[in-house]
Write a protein that binds this ligand. Sequence first.
Ligand SMILES: O=c1ccn([C@@H]2O[C@H](COP(=O)(O)OP(=O)(O)O[C@H]3O[C@H](CO)[C@@H](O)[C@H](O)[C@H]3O)[C@@H](O)[C@H]2O)c(=O)[nH]1
Length: 296
Amino acid sequence: MRLKLKDQRVRFYIGDIRDRDSVDQAMRGVDLAFHAAALKQVPSCEFFPMQALLTNVVGSHNIVESAINHQIESLVCLSTDKAVLPVNAMGMTKGLMEKVAQAAARGLSDSDTKISSVRYGNVMYSRGSVIPLFINQIKQGQPLTVTDPDMTRFLLSLRSAIDLVLFAFENARQGDIFVRKAPASTVQDLAQALKNLFRSDVPIEVIGTRHAEKLFETLTTAGELVRAEDMGDYLRVFMDDRDLNYAKYFTEGQQEENTLEDYTSHNTRRLTVPEIEELLLSLPDVQRELQLAGQR
Ligand SMILES: O=c1ccn([C@@H]2O[C@H](COP(=O)(O)OP(=O)(O)O[C@H]3O[C@H](CO)[C@@H](O)[C@H](O)[C@H]3O)[C@@H](O)[C@H]2O)c(=O)[nH]1
């Protein structure tokens, strides 16, 4: 990266977020930090849950503590829809990261480091994800390996994910979780949209779900929506800052919770195949692949 960027404004450190000293070194003189370091692949975290715990939880704790100690202005921690009602080690450890961030935020005032988290769904064409895999399969003339045709995922571009982080820096209050609203598609429709764009007639082969995968993802639970603010393209979920004085809960309990529904990739706006094609066409990586394949 250093050789590729060749930019005086960028400084590189060798270190590991599991190692507090190396985090402290990088945090000196910093105003804003976004925490994107993670073990993020679902199957590998299933096989090495302790490694996921060390990076995603212990490492995140190091970042949070170091940011506070260095009195930086704002820290945004990157989370995922898989952290909500989690079923896999990746999601569970990311969920714990959110808890670590909020537990620290509870002890801070507004003039201290602002600590917030952001949640989003699948970033289209991210490394190791299904879109580059399907494109590769099309290029090789192989069948598209669909896990479960009815499985849905929230889809968003890298640009929208970055915009969410910037939005959090600008709007964060202590302990907030920001959610980017997004449409979703089934994996079957995604595969079909790619086949259409590449004018390919490879078959679609159903291979069954992988380790600890969900049929659909949840970006915000009904319980969270009760304390959420609708900000257009975004939702702000306020931190539950009640204290451990349980007696209060009985008088201040929230009735509304029962009437709301979780916000999921099954009940968000479902993209049609032409709409998925349009979204795919807006991605520079897909444009490049289509050009290489002589389709644009
Ligand atoms: O050969 C394959 C591989 C995947 N899928 C499906 O495609 C969808 C997306 O899979 P993938 O691109 O591997 O992403 P996820 O497993 O959903 O996880 C990604 O998206 C998350 C947000 O939900 C991020 O947190 C993770 O880091 C990121 O890897 C899922 O429904 C998979 O079942 C297939 O149908 N065939």
